[in-house]
Design a protein around this ligand. Structure first.
Ligand code: NAD
Length: 238
């Protein structure tokens, strides 16, 4: 299979986009190590191995990065992310910092953890899950947009330093995808309102995002690095 012999780390693999990506990588033959915030009561087949860590806790994040470093991953998908909408003048500094820690600092530490093994092998693929709100922004998206624009900038810097070592880093920018996060943040009325601005006229689904990430993270991607690829039903371009 396409990813036989590859070891992949997917953050936030317990649900939503991360879960679909973990399943896609596993179905393509990879050994998948997923992170989740808490242990599940039943065995979860999405990944062969699980690491528990809440990235808003720096000690847990550092411990997780140490485990990821020891795993010698070939593929890293930084998917875990959080959002909290708030009017600009009401943004709470603690919320702001928590969002940057989960959405930007965690990907940084995990990239640092996987790069040494990737360099030794001369091969690695990193996909950071950004957002359309890392390309454009809207009211009440200050902390989230700050984090996703930052994640994109970090991805470009990563590609500048490591593409020559065979490590291809990219980010993807999903639009409005049907997940818990979207339903919680927007609600039914909010979803109806945003769909008026999505040329394809529906929410995206997690399988569509997983297919793009699977391709970017695999051996068929040989010449794309440092890009931020929107998968948004046309929202940011059309
Ligand atoms: P979700 O809320 O359904 O799942 C988020 C995942 O992140 C979960 O697995 C959760 O365990 C993990 N996570 C949450 N808080 C965490 C923490 N403190 N520490 C460690 N892990 C944590 O979200 P989703 O919709 O699947 O989003 C996944 C990624 O895609 C996020 O980075 C999000 O910003 C991005 N995204 C989502 C959409 C969308 O429409 N759903 C659009 C654009 C970008």
């Amino acid at each position: 299979m396409l990813l036989d012999g590859k070891r992949a780390v997917v953050t936030g693999a317990s649900r939503g986009i991360g879960r679909a990506v973990a399943e896609a990588l596993r179905n393509a033959g990879a050994w998948v190590i997923g992170t989740r915030t808490a242990a599940a009561t039943d065995p979860d087949p999405a990944c062969q191995e699980w690491l528990e860590a809440d990235f808003s806790d720096l000690e847990q994040l550092r411990a997780c990065a140490d485990r990821v470093r020891a795993a010698g991953a070939d593929i890293l998908i930084n998917n875990a992310g959080i959002n909290k909408v708030a009017p600009f003048e009401a943004i709470d500094p603690q919320d702001f910092l928590r969002i940057q820690q989960v959405n930007v600092l965690a990907p940084l530490l995990l990239c640092q953890a996987v790069i040494p093994a990737m360099k030794l092998k001369g091969w690695g693929r990193i996909v950071n899950v950004s957002s359309i709100f890392g390309k454009v922004s809207r009211a009440q998206r200050g902390p989230y947009s700050a984090s996703k624009f930052a994640l994109d900038g970090m991805t470009v810097a990563l590609a500048a330093e490591h593409s020559g070592h065979g490590i291809l880093a990219n980010s993807v920018a999903p639009g409005f995808i049907d997940t818990d996060l979207t339903r919680r943040v927007l609600g039914d009325a909010g979803i109806a309102a945003v769909l008026a601005n999505v040329p394809i006229g529906r929410l995206g689904n997690v399988a569509e995002i997983a297919r793009l990430i699977l391709w970017l993270a695999g051996p068929e991607n040989t010449y794309i690095c440092g890009q931020n690829i929107a998968i948004d039903g046309g929202f940011t371009r059309v």
